[in-house]
Structure formats: C-alpha cells, structure tokens
Design a binder for this molecule. Structure first.
Ligand code: CO
Length: 137
C-alpha cells in the first residue's frame, strides 16, 4: 500500500460524444457552461472540449477518425461515460502503485496528454470495470 494518498483530485470525467459542437451547445444551454480549453489530440484521434467545474473538468470527447478509441466506444456502446481522469502528483509513481495493486496498464509508461499533461491509462479489467486515466499536470 502506498505511504500516502496518491489521488489529489478528480481531473476530469470524459464523455464520448458523436458531435462535439452539439454537445458543447447542450452543456451551454443546460448549465451555462463555457469551454475552458479545446484541443485536437492527433495521437489519440480525438477532439476534446473541457468544461471547467471547480478544479475539475467535464471532458466532452469526439473522434476525429474511424480508428479512434472514442469512435470504437461509440460504435460498441453509443455515446456516454468513457473514462475518469484521476489527478496525481507523479504519474509514474501512481502507475507503479496501480500495477502493484494488480491493475493492468494500457500505457506501459507515462506519455503526453492534452493541456500539456502527462498521462497513463489503466485497463477497466482489474480496475472495477472503469477505464482510468492518471493525469499529472
Ligand atoms: Co481523459
């Protein structure tokens, strides 16, 4: 067990959507939400819009190409909750702790994410059925 709590914040809740502009428009009309950051992440084949909620984000995420993980998720399950981003101080240390606890990493090592973050994904199998992203700012 780690000596101290590794999680510092919920970084984001990621929701897979078909139409990013329509999703942003819905969040604006429903919540008066404004987009704090919007970015295309070419390596992941996604475009995301981040709606800030206190120190966390709702990350509306759409696919930019057919082989994107978001495209595959929507094809399988439709739109909806895709993953939870847990904010950590040290992505490598958090990844090591999760693997030591029996989780299966998707990323063997931390890699660049959006907003200049460092991230690593953990497979839902062995992690309570939840796709987890470790996010270091
Ligand atoms: Co994410």
């Amino acid at each position: 067990m780690p000596d101290e709590l590794i999680l510092t914040e919920i970084d984001h809740v990621a929701i897979a959507v078909r139409d990013l502009d329509a999703a942003v428009d819905f969040y604006q009309r429903a919540f008066g939400a404004t987009v704090a950051h919007r970015e295309i992440v070419d390596s992941d084949g996604v475009e995301e819009a981040l709606v800030k909620v206190a120190d966390s984000y709702i990350q509306l995420t759409a696919a930019t190409r057919d082989d994107s993980p978001i495209a595959k998720a929507i094809e399988k399950r439709g739109e909806g909750l895709h993953h939870i981003g847990y904010r950590v101080d040290d992505c490598q240390a958090a990844l090591d702790a999760m693997v030591a606890a029996g989780a299966t990493p998707i990323d063997k090592a931390p890699r660049p994410g959006s907003r200049g973050t460092t991230v690593a994904f953990i497979h839902p199998k062995g992690a309570c059925g939840t796709l987890i992203e470790l996010v270091q700012e």
